[in-house]
Design a protein around this ligand. Structure first.
Ligand SMILES: [Zn+2]
Length: 215
C-alpha cells in the first residue's frame, strides 16, 4: 500500500501520543446505549448542530458513544445512532496501515478535495445501524473533516483509506444518509434482506460483549 506512515503512534484527536490504553478512557467511563436501526426517523434527517460545548451532558454522550461503539465492534458511531439529534461522531479505528485513531468531532464539514488529491476506492462497508451485511461501495480514499471538539475548539481530522471512509460514512449519518442510500437499489434490497436474517445474532453478540465488559 502506498505512503505507509513511518509514525505508528496512536492518534488522539489527530495528534500522535506515546502511550495509549487498549480501552479508551471514554469507553471505560461510558454506558452502553441502544443503537438505532435503519427506518427510525432520527437516522433519516439532518441532525442539529452542537451549540452548547463543554457541558457534562456532551462529555457523557461522547463517553457513551465510545462504549456503545466498542461493544458493537464498531469503527465509528454518529450521535443519531444512539437516538441523539446532534451533529457529533466518534471513532476508535485501526487504519489500513495498522495505526489506531481515536477521537470525536462535532459539526463536521468535509473539505471538497480536488480529484488530483484523491482516488475512488471500492471496498466493503457496513453500518452498526444496518446490523449484519457489508456491501462494496466506492468512496474517495482521502478525507479532511473540519469541526470542533467537546470544548468548542476548532479541530481538523485527516484520514486515508479506511479511516477516510469512516469520516465520510459518519458525516453522511449526520446528514441523515446511510451507506445503503449510496447503493444501487438491488444491492440495498439484498443488504436489507441479509440484515433481517442476521440481526438477532448481531444483537446477541453485542449483549455478550457488553456483559463481558460489565456494561
Ligand atoms: Zn453507520
Amino acid at each position: 500500500m502506498a505512503d505507509t506512515p513511518q509514525d505508528r503512534r496512536v492518534r488522539v484527536q489527530g495528534e500522535p501520543v506515546d502511550a495509549y490504553p487498549a480501552l479508551a478512557p471514554e469507553t471505560e467511563r461510558g454506558a452502553v446505549r441502544r443503537i438505532t436501526v435503519v427506518g427510525e426517523p432520527v437516522l433519516h434527517r439532518r441532525c442539529r448542530p452542537v451549540t452548547e460545548f463543554g457541558t457534562p451532558e456532551l462529555a457523557r454522550l461522547i463517553d457513551d458513544m465510545f462504549a456503545t461503539n466498542h461493544i458493537a465492534d464498531g469503527a465509528g458511531l454518529a450521535a443519531n445512532q444512539v437516538d441523539v439529534d446532534l451533529q457529533l461522531f466518534i471513532w476508535d479505528i485501526i487504519d489500513d496501515w495498522g495505526v489506531r485513531h481515536v477521537g470525536h468531532l462535532a459539526n463536521p464539514v468535509l473539505e471538497d478535495l480536488p480529484a488530483t488529491h484523491r482516488r475512488l476506492l471500492e471496498e466493503p462497508e457496513g453500518c452498526l445501524s444496518v446490523p449484519g451485511p457489508h456491501r462494496e461501495l466506492a468512496r474517495p480514499d482521502h478525507a479532511v473533516a473540519h469541526g470542533f471538539d467537546l470544548h468548542g475548539r476548532p479541530l481538523t481530522i485527516e484520514g486515508h483509506g479506511y479511516f477516510a471512509r469512516c469520516l465520510q460514512h459518519e458525516t453522511d449519518h449526520l446528514h441523515g444518509r446511510l451507506y445503503l442510500d449510496r447503493l444501487p437499489a438491488r444491492a440495498r434490497k439484498s443488504a436489507l434482506r441479509e440484515m433481517a436474517d442476521r440481526q438477532a445474532d448481531v444483537f446477541a453478540r453485542r449483549a455478550a460483549n457488553a456483559s463481558r465488559l460489565g456494561k
